[in-house]
Ligand binder design. Structure first.
Ligand SMILES: Cc1cc2nc3c(=O)[nH]c(=O)nc-3n(C[C@H](O)[C@H](O)[C@H](O)COP(=O)(O)OP(=O)(O)OC[C@H]3O[C@@H](n4cnc5c(N)ncnc54)[C@H](O)[C@@H]3O)c2cc1C
Length: 374
């Protein structure tokens, strides 16, 4: 990205209190939320010096995720999460169409989807089948990506493809595919759980582009994915703290209003204890992210990110299940706590399943045990 463009965007970042998203409808989709954040200068504000290549500022990122979570649905927040943490910083790896897309994305005028998960393999990323063939002037991309956030509302797909057979980590490369290219077709995912996220499946049928659509160096795709997915795991954890806090506050209000005997449900000691246990878990997650955020943001520490992701998934699962139970039948109302709980199962799948991040944690057992020494 040209330095001048960065400075122009950074100059738009307001000082003082940050503008809220209050003018947005609670039903705004991810593209609308992204546009509002860009117009308010809040997207550049989450990166150090306003530069996505320099990494995220966890405090600003946490505020942004909490603001978006408070205003719109989980699908639309997911749309922001994937872009801000992964897709946009990856554009900074280089290539000129990528540079232009980056400037537009930060302004909120362009939406970028990150397309890694393949039709034939998800968790097993090195088994992905999407190919890119590269000649002196052109490239051709073929394959199918499934369950891609922003698929139906993206201007560009940042596609992880293999340029060489085999599982070696140097066999993968990023390609920026404009959504309007010949050979691209998109189908919305068959679920209402993530409305606003534009989640869908992307078919790339011999998409021919000029070579400058390669993003970053050939063979560096998997390495840069590993670094940037760590930031997505941090972002998801900051969002998890915001979501648990919001759901606990809503549940407490309901318990205080719901009559029981001469008082309310909130006055039952057993109810308060269950609620308190959730508050403890949420504070534990907050303490963990406070301790590890800089390690992920500054060094792309994948072990710290795995610890955060595993912890976030387990916390969200437990806290939201308890909130839903404490809301009784009302929890089953449209967009009620039971619906939110189903949506939040995403923390155990998207961006790496809980099993996969627990394997990373297990692999680092010795150093993690050493960290616990007094
Ligand atoms: C709403 C949503 C949005 C998404 N957005 C994106 C996106 O923007 N970009 C993108 O590239 N992808 C995206 N994904 C895909 C997501 O990253 C994958 O779903 C995830 O990586 C898991 O892959 P999979 O679904 O193919 O699971 P599979 O590989 O089919 O695994 C199924 C299950 O098997 C078990 N399992 C798998 N591997 C192991 C293991 N090693 N050890 C133990 N158990 C295991 C786990 O229980 C796992 O859940 C999204 C998914 C969802 C649901």
């Amino acid at each position: 990205m040209p330095e001048g463009a960065l400075l122009t965007l950074a100059a738009r970042e307001p000082t003082g209190p940050r503008p809220a998203l209050n003018h947005l409808s609670a039903h705004a989709d991810g593209r609308q939320v992204w546009a509002a954040l860009g117009a308010a200068g809040r997207l550049t504000g989450v990166y150090r010096d306003g530069n996505p290549a320099a990494g995220v500022e966890p405090a600003a990122l946490g505020r942004l995720m909490a603001d978006v979570d408070a205003r719109v649905g989980i699908g639309s927040t997911l749309s922001v999460c994937v872009q801000i943490a992964t897709a946009v910083p990856l554009l900074a790896l280089g290539g000129q169409p990528a540079g232009r897309a980056l400037v537009e994305a930060l302004a909120g005028t362009s939406v970028i989807a990150l397309a890694a998960t393949d039709e034939g393999s998800g968790t097993d990323l090195a088994g992905l089948g999407t190919t890119v063939t590269i000649d002196d002037e052109n490239i051709t991309v073929t394959g199918t990506k499934r369950w891609i956030t922003n698929a139906t509302q993206a201007d560009h797909f940042l596609v992880l493809a293999r340029h060489r057979e085999g599982r070696h980590f140097t066999n993968f490369t990023w390609v920026l595919v404009p959504a309007g290219s010949a050979g691209v077709s998109v189908e919305a995912a068959d679920t209402a759980l993530f409305d606003g996220s534009g989640t869908g499946h992307v078919r790339l049928d011999r998409v021919r582009l000029s070579r400058e659509h390669l993003v970053g160096r050939v063979g560096r795709g998997m390495t840069s994915f590993a670094s940037h997915i760590a930031v997505e795991r941090l972002t998801g954890t900051l969002w998890a703290v915001a979501l648990c806090t919001r759901m606990l506050a809503q549940t407490k209000q309901r318990l205080e209003e719901r009559r029981f005997g001469d008082g309310t449900l909130w006055q039952l000691e057993s109810v308060q204890q269950r609620f308190a246990a959730c508050l403890v878990r949420t504070h534990q997650l907050r303490a963990l992210v406070d301790r590890l955020a800089d390690r992920v943001a500054r060094s792309y520490d994948t072990t710290a990110a795995a610890l955060l992701k595993a912890s976030a998934a387990l916390t969200v699962d437990g806290v939201l299940a308890e909130c839903a139970q404490l809301q009784g039948a009302e929890g089953f109302a449209g967009a009620g706590a039971q619906w939110t709980r189903a949506q939040a199962a995403l923390w155990g799948i998207g961006g790496g399943t809980t099993e996969v991040v627990l394997s990373t944690v297990a692999g680092a057992s010795d150093s993690l045990l050493a960290e616990l020494s007094p």
